[in-house]
Design a protein around this ligand. Structure first.
Ligand code: NIG
Ligand code: FE
Length: 410
């Protein structure tokens, strides 16, 4: 057993954890000041105020005087498994090309796919491990990882196998998503339907047979895949019980959100461009809107109107989108800070969005995302900070002192 005592403030304390938080409920972040927390094996066993700390014989006691403890981040949208990087495209953008222009020139997703197809599974694993270990140290305790830089059956399966293997070898919870419909590969240029056939008739059945994915995703966007393609793929994926989590409304609002909701998507992600109809489509649904503010930052595109979503009574989750093209960063602390600074979320809303609502967007709210008895022992211990508002305020500092995932110190 590990006992954390004299915790200045224990955040996100929920006796019975909600599945998700919506609208005004996101403003509340329950805490205990001067608290203790007990972990045994991979679980949170108990917690409370130091005023009534029982006699506990723990193998290890950690004094948290002046420090804040909170649930580890739940990053529900990443492309952490990829090969190489695209810093040349970054420089091209500095010199005036747009993200779309670079993609039209054969850069972008298909550029990453070329690199990945020529990278062995062992090498891809080695590159991905570095990123996973990095984000775990930054406080991420549950993560979703997508395919989508393979774009051939073999390479898509390779990506998913690497993501699965990371989950086998590390304590962090990993959910995997099949994103074969990320871009039309060069070999299918001008023949998107042919590629859709390959996805539906060959890739999906193989991904399902090898049980490589929990979710299915598609980049529903002008120049990539249409709302009709989205309808087709999600209908097909339903046969294999793959739940949708889709990329939508990054650059254009083309009706993809309503289509996602119609297919009971667990989440709709990006939403930098959002219409009143999109918000209406989300009302009353079980679909979590997910904002990716690091992507907006890196590409200099609009931020998801998170304030409007929350003020409309909707929930909101925050994730990194860690990938080589639009977001080469997996730092959830930066995401939380940027949501406060640029999207005008309060620290309470941002922390709720990055913990319990992120857990919901991975189907993990029963085990992750809050300090609740019986949940996974996933916690961040901060350095000495004056209050939790200091976390997003001091956006450039690393304020994390220690991270526990499944009760194991990272
Ligand atoms: O979520 N928008 C689509 N996919 C990724 C970026 C892909 C890339 O540029 O490599 C994203 O931003
Ligand atoms: Fe993404």
């Amino acid at each position: 057993m590990i006992l954390l005592k004299n915790i200045k403030e224990l955040l996100q304390v929920r006796d019975t954890a909600p599945k998700k938080l919506s609208g005004a409920a996101m403003k509340a972040l329950p805490t205990i000041k001067n608290a203790w927390l007990l972990m045994e094996d991979d679980r949170i066993v108990d917690f409370g105020s130091m005023d009534n700390l029982k006699e506990i014989v723990a193998a290890e006691t950690i004094d948290c005087t002046g420090k804040t403890v909170l649930p580890a981040w739940c990053d529900s949208h990443t492309h952490l498994v990829y090969a190489g990087n695209r810093e040349q495209e970054f420089v091209d953008r500095i010199n005036g090309l747009s993200y779309q222009e670079i993609a039209e020139k054969g850069g972008g997703i298909v550029n990453s796919a070329k690199k990945l197809q020529n990278t062995s599974e062992a090498e891809l694993y080695a590159q991905s491990v570095v990123r996973l270990e990095e984000v775990m140290k930054l406080g991420t305790g549950a993560i979703e990882i997508k395919s989508g830089y393979g774009l051939t059956t073999e390479a898509e399966l390779k990506m998913l196998r690497v993501a699965k293997k990371l989950g086998d070898n590390y304590p962090i919870a990993i959910k995997t998503t099949f994103l074969g419909a990320h871009a039309v590969p060069t070999e299918f240029k001008g023949n998107k339907d042919g590629y859709m056939d390959l996805i539906c008739n060959e890739m999906l059945p193989k991904v399902a047979a090898e049980k490589l994915a929990d979710y299915v995703d598609i980049f529903c966007e002008e120049g990539y895949f249409s709302v009709a393609d989205t309808d087709r793929l999600l209908s097909e994926a339903k046969k294999y019980k793959l739940i949708p989590k889709i990329h939508v409304n990054q650059f254009n609002a083309i009706g993809g959100i309503a289509m996602g909701v119609q297919h009971n998507a667990l989440s709709v992600d990006h939403l930098e461009v959002l219409t009143a109809e999109d918000i209406k489509a989300l009302q009353g649904s079980h679909t979590m809107p997910v904002a990716l503010p690091s992507c907006s930052y890196f590409l200099s595109i609009p931020y998801t109107p998170g304030r409007d979503l929350i003020d409309s009574g909707l929930p909101l989750a925050l994730a990194t989108d860690y990938n080589p093209g639009s977001t080469p960063s997996g730092n959830m602390n930066f995401v939380v800070a940027t949501a406060c600074i640029k999207m005008k979320l309060t620290p309470e809303e941002a922390i709720n969005a990055a913990t319990i609502n992120g857990a919901y967007a991975m189907g993990l709210s029963d085990t992750h995302g809050s300090i609740t008895k019986g949940k996974k022992a996933n916690v961040i211990i901060t350095k000495k900070i004056p209050s939790y508002g200091y976390l997003p305020y001091a956006f450039g500092s690393n304020l994390i002192e220690a991270v526990f995932i499944n009760g194991q110190k990272v």
